[in-house]
Structures are given as C-alpha cells and as structure tokens.
Design a protein around this ligand. Sequence first.
Ligand code: C2E
Ligand code: MG
Ligand code: MG
Length: 671
Amino acid sequence: MWKSLSLRASYETYVRDISIVFLLLLPLTICNAMSVFVGHFLNFSDFPEIAKKFFYFSDLLIGIYPTALSVITTYYLSTKHNVSPMVVVPYALVMFIAVSLSNGLVAPHTGLPNNPLVALLTAIISAGCCVSFRLYPLDPSRIDFVSSLYKQVAHFFGFLLLTLLLTKLTGEVIESSKLVQQDMVLNPLTVSGGLSYQLVLGLLGAVGINGHNFLFTAKQQLFADTQQNLAAWQAGDAPLNILGQGFYDAFMSIGGSGNSLALLICILLFSKDRRHTTLALSAIPLVMFNINELLLFGLPIIFNPTLIVPFVLVPLASFIVVYSAMYLGLVHPVSTIVDWMTPPFVSGYLATNNSVGGVILQMVVIGMGVMIYRPFYLNYSSSARGDTRSIFRKHELEQSTLKSFVGDVSQAMRGYISKHDVSRRVSKMLSSGEFVMFYQPQVHLKNSSHLAFESLVRYKDEEGRLMPPVFIQDFMQLGAIKQLDRMVIELVLADMNKLPLEAGCKVGVNVSAETIADPSIVRFISRRLESYQVSPGALEIEITEEAILENHEQISANIDALQALGVTVAIDDFGSGYASFPHLLKYNFDKVKLDRSLLLNTHEERGQNLYQLLAKISEVTGCALVAEGIETSEEKAFVEQCGIDICQGYYFAKPMPLEEAVSWASGIASK
Ligand code: C2E
Ligand code: MG
Ligand code: MG
C-alpha cells in the first residue's frame, strides 16, 4: 500500500516537474515554429534570402534547445529544493557539456550538445548533488565566506570526478543502445520495420522520452535514404518509395507524436471536463505546429495507462491506412520532405506533390484517430471525474490544468525569491549597523541583593534604530545561526566585565539548537571565558525546548561538560512546547524557566492549578525556577504564592542597554 502510494507520488512529481520544465521552454519552441512558418511563407512569396534568415533562427533555436533544457531544468529543480540556481547551473552545464562532447552527442553544424535526455539527466544529478550538500551562493560579506568557498571547491572537484564517471557510463550505454538498435533491425523503409519503428517511437514517447533522439541513428539513415530515393526518382532512375522521412513526418505525427491533433479534437468534441477543454484550447496554437508537449505532459498522456494505448495505436493504424491508400494509388506518395513543424493539411498538401488527396488522407487519418482516442479518453476522463472522493484522482485532475502548472512555477519562484531576500537582509545586517546586547534583570524576591540578567540580542541599524531578534529566523534559514550565537557569546563576555561579577552577578545567554548540539561549542566557550577573564560561574546558557529534540547524546555531553566547567545551564520557555518533562529527566538542568504563556492561563482555576503544580518541579528535580514574563503586581503575587523566588518581566524591568543594566546593578547593590 505504502509502496504504491509513494510510487504514485513520485509519478505525480515527475509528471508535474517535467511538464513545468517543458512549459517554461515553450516560448523557444513556439518561436522556432513561427520562424519556420514565416520562412516557408517568405519562400512561397519569392523572398528566399529573407526566408534563409528565419530558417537560420529556427536552426539556432533547435541548436540551443538542449542547453536551454539543461539550464531551465536545473533552475527549476534548485528553486524547488531551495538551493540557489546561481550555484547549481554551472555544475549542470559542466556535466552536460562534458558528457555530450566526450561522447560525440553534438549537433553536426553547430557543435552544440544536442541530446535532451542527457540534458535532463545531468540537470537532475547536478541539482541532487548541490541539494544534498546544501550549497549556498558565495557572499563575501558572510562570516563563513572562506569556509563556504573551500567547501564549494572541494564539492566541485568531487563533482568533476562524478562527471568523469558519468561520461564513461554514457559511452557504455550508447554502445549497448547501438547494439540494441542493431538487434531490433529497425528499417523504417520496410513495412514491418516501419511498424516496429513507429511502435518503439510511441512506447518511448509514452514514458516522456523523445524517440527521435533515442533512435537518432535510424532516423539519420532514414533521412539519407529518403533523400537518395527522391534524387533518383527525380532523375528518373528509380520509382518513388512510399515509405520515407516525409511519410512519417506528414502522416504519423499530425499535431505531434501519437497524431495528437486527433486527441485534441476528441477532447474538444466529447469532453465534459472544463479543465481538459481549457487545456485543449490552450494547446491548439502549438498542436497546429505539431508541438504536443502541453497535451503530453499536461493531460497527461505520459505514464497514463489508459491514454498510452491509443497514443501508440493511432500512428500504427494511420501507417496501415496511409500506406494502403498510397499503395493502391489513391494518393500520390510523399515526394517532398516537409519540415516537421509545417501545420497539418499544409504538410499533407505539400508532401504529396501539391495534391488535395494528401489533405483528404490527413483528414481521414485524423477522423480515424478521433474514433480510436474517443473510448479511451472518455474512460480516462470519467474515472478521473467520477472518483472525486479519491484525493489522488482529484489531485491528478487539478495537476492537469495549465493554471496549476503556472501556480507551481510561481510558487517555486517565490520560494527562491524569499530565500534570496533573507540572504540579502542578513548580508546587509552583517555589513552595516551592529549587534548589541540588552540585559533584562532576573529578580530574587527573597534576596533582592542577588544579581542576575538575561542577555537578549538586538540589531542597531546605521540610523541607530533598534530591532528585536526577529532576524534570528533569517539566520536559521541561512544556516548561520551558530555564527550568530558565537558572536553573541563574545559580545556578552566582553560586556560582563563591566557588570559586578565579584558581587555574584550572573548572566544568561540564549543559544540555538544547532549551537548546543555543536561538538566544538564547549571548547569555544571555555577558551572565550579564559581570554575575557570571566569566571565560568558567572555564565549561564539558556536552551529552548525545541532546541533539544534531536541529537540527544551530543547535547547531553555538552551540558555535562559545561557544568563541569562551572557554567550553569537553564531550560528556557518550559511549558510552551511539548515533551517538556522527558527533557527534565534526560538532562541535568540547573534552572527551569517557566514560559509566560503558562502565566496567561492563570486567570482560570485550571491554569492556576497547572502553574502551582509546575512550581513544584524544583522540589523534585532540585532545579532553580524562574517565572518568565511577569507584567503585573497580580502576576507577581501569584507566582510568589506558588513559592517561586526568581522572577523576570516588564513589571520589574524591561531589557535595557549595558549602561542601564550597570546602573540597575549598582542600585540593587546600594539597597
Ligand atoms: P526568551 O529567551 O524567552 O527571552 C524572553 C523574551 O521575552 C524577550 O524577548 C523579552 O524581551 C521578552 N519579555 C521579557 N519580559 C517580558 C514580559 O513581561 N512580557 C512579555 N510579553 N515579554 C517579555 P526578545 O528579546 O524579543 O527575545 C525573544 C526570543 O529570541 C528569546 O526568548 C530568545 O529565545 C531569542 N533570543 C533573544 N536573544 C537571543 C540571542 O542572543 N541568541 C539566541 N539564539 N536567541 C535569542
Ligand atoms: Mg531566554
Ligand atoms: Mg523564555
């Protein structure tokens, strides 16, 4: 069950991803089709020189297509997985170009890499490598710039080795695929070979692989043989073959592979699903140039067990009908190789020596295609619509609309943009303004001469405006929170010498999850204590509950080591999250800080009972207790009545800059 669910989920992810990538490339494809169209029009209107320019554009776009596919796939995958494309795209290009050049997978005229399958594969591998190592764009203003640089250089070197391996592997695959092709004896110039050729094209297309690329050698041979036959026929040396490149282009892929125009008409005529109709309407301009990606990936046809059958069947049936019509002399055999992007009917006319018979034959083929597609499409569409309780069906249907693709793309972009914003904000904070520490007193009710503060970080911008620690999330997201924590520890230790430590003053420092689980943090703290000449007993480390959900052994070892140094350790925000009590048993805290949210419920009896119960923790665990967030005299009275001695909150004092904290401390001392 789980296996099939995850298989289904991967299938849906694949279909969605590949559809989005091809949709992002559509402008290129459409411009290519338009260039061919305008080129033909100009040729027809006797402007061959200008026509050449448009054919040149078309060649250029076809040449650049696999590289653009590599870049767009990489861009899409990296934004989807929250890694910057600025990092991943160079990786993908290196791998794509290296694998293609070493294995001769290049276009003959331009020398550009020409295999879309290799483009997809290398993009996926590169994105996978960068995602798993979470590589961020290098930013000289970041504290970890140098270490990131080394990390990326090491990673890139490893990646080059992987590229070497993939180059070798691709070479092997090409060799064995040549053998497979030889074994298949695909000779599209014979009836049986042609039917097999068409069957293989259909099956490959049904799993999202462009068969024309896979069967490149057979296709090249077909093109050369066809041209030879046409030349011989024109010279009067040989009869015109029925089977040839033009036969397949003009009659086997009307509207794109699988004679997709038939499916499009079928949807427009019989669909009761508004979303499918919208999709078909949006696909018309493309299908008219034999580009069927929108249907192929949008409906989808690929990996769709119901629609794959007619997708493979229709060209086979068309083959038999067209071949029979030409064999019986009803229609002139194909005498011109018309560009594959030439619109249906125009192609039928031009291919068959400018005969209307070719157009009628295309119409017959399309009509037959509609009849074959119809039962399969209706079955697919009714099962998709009927089973609306099934979340997957519904999901699948929703995935199939253009709107949802566009939604996915823009969501992916938003993720990238927000990450980019975070990185910009943090870089700005690190390069301008400064971080300063504020101190909030912890008041001992029974012994007012006892001094303790909690340090709280603030950011002061260039104009002196203060910002509360809302930026901590940004640092976390960028993986820079450990650097921030270490900087805070330095700032606090530097400040501490101005506080009356000799009078027993203690200062608490908040640290994040990553820092307390860091194996080198204890050594860092002990060294910094030494260099600032601060007694370990004056320092307290506050750990929030969510911080200690993972990596228990290391955290436990760090807490013990800190305590062995003489540093005390507090659990912060106790009661605000879950799993509070197990943590108390697992780790040896010196102090428990009860979260303000617990206090907010004490206007009710149940809340009061809970607070009173928690106040007994110190009796059981021996930890000191702090009531956080005391704002009113009633709250103070309540916690006092619960037996809690240490309080922190606006009622006593707000967090204040060091100078004020120093005078607060001297005020307490003079009392
Ligand atoms: P926290 O450690 O629980 O800190 C107490 C927070 O409660 C502080 O907010 C403080 O200003 C606020 N507070 C104190 N008394 C009252 C009160 O009576 N009423 C109310 N409503 N709030 C009160 P602040 O400074 O905005 O800090 C928020 C959180 O950010 C801290 O919660 C802590 O988890 C984190 N943080 C602050 N400074 C640092 C730091 O230097 N490093 C790290 N890693 N985290 C920090
Ligand atoms: Mg705290
Ligand atoms: Mg707290």
